[in-house]
Ligand binder design. Structure first.
Ligand code: URA
Length: 230
């Protein structure tokens, strides 16, 4: 929310007072003086006027987890273990998953309580590549890369997928880079050729690469450099 709106939503300030506070440089967000009424205030921001703290700001949390097979990318599931069951953090009810994976898909999963960060990561408009290692039942022919690069029509959503890059690694294995995350996208792309995906593993989301020191089921907090990359 804009800082001027944040302040004028408080019962104690009207709009005119808010304008003055900003002009007089009496407002600080995360320790920095703010005079632009458009400056953003997040739930994580510390907001002060003079020496008074108006919002403490809750800590923003970011984790990378190596999703094992046989677990659901959801916060709760009545039948199966979930990705969140693997996380042992005090504030885990606030966390959500940025970009789900299917039950048996493995690999990089990013978990956060920061909605604008996870939107940047998953929105197709930001065009961050999601890179998957894929193994299939049948051979992967040269035609696949051409078709994926052109985009495939998905009748259910009535859309054509954005160009995707396929690098064939072996007769039945490949690395696929897609910028969207449509429902079962990778399986449906190979399904176009009646080729079943038998192993799917996410290696990377944009600049964030699955840490090779993590074992399936393990997680670690992201570094501040990693958080800033998104
Ligand atoms: N595409 C799929 O089909 N499944 C996943 O888990 C991820 C991408």
């Amino acid at each position: 929310m804009r800082v001027d709106r944040f302040l004028s939503n408080l019962p104690r300030f009207n709009r005119k007072q808010v304008r003055l506070l900003l002009v007089e440089k009496r407002v600080r967000v995360d320790g920095e003086v703010v005079s632009d009424p458009h400056a953003e205030v997040l739930e994580f921001s510390r907001v002060e006027v003079d020496d008074e703290v108006l919002q403490v700001g809750k800590p923003a949390r970011y984790f990378m987890l190596y999703k094992p097979p046989g677990c659901v990318s959801a916060t709760r599931d009545p039948q199966h273990p979930t990705v969140l069951d693997l996380i042992d953090e005090p504030d885990k009810d606030d966390l959500h998953i940025a970009g789900r994976l299917d039950f048996n898909t493995t690999g990089l999963m990013l978990i956060t309580n920061d909605g604008s960060w996870s939107r940047r990561l998953t929105q197709p408009q930001t065009k961050l590549p999601k890179v998957y290692y894929v193994e299939t039942e049948q051979d992967i022919t040269a035609e696949y890369a051409i078709t994926f690069a052109k985009g495939l029509y998905f009748a259910f959503e009535d859309l054509t997928t954005q160009p995707a890059e396929l690098v064939v690694l072996g007769p039945k294995s490949a690395r696929l880079s897609i910028v969207e995350g449509r429902y079962h996208q990778v399986k449906r792309m190979f399904g176009h050729f009646d080729n079943k995906v038998v192993r799917l593993h996410r290696e990377r989301m944009g600049p964030l690469v699955l840490d090779d020191t993590l074992k399936p089921g393990e997680y670690r907090p992201l570094s501040s450099d990693e958080i800033r990359m998104i």
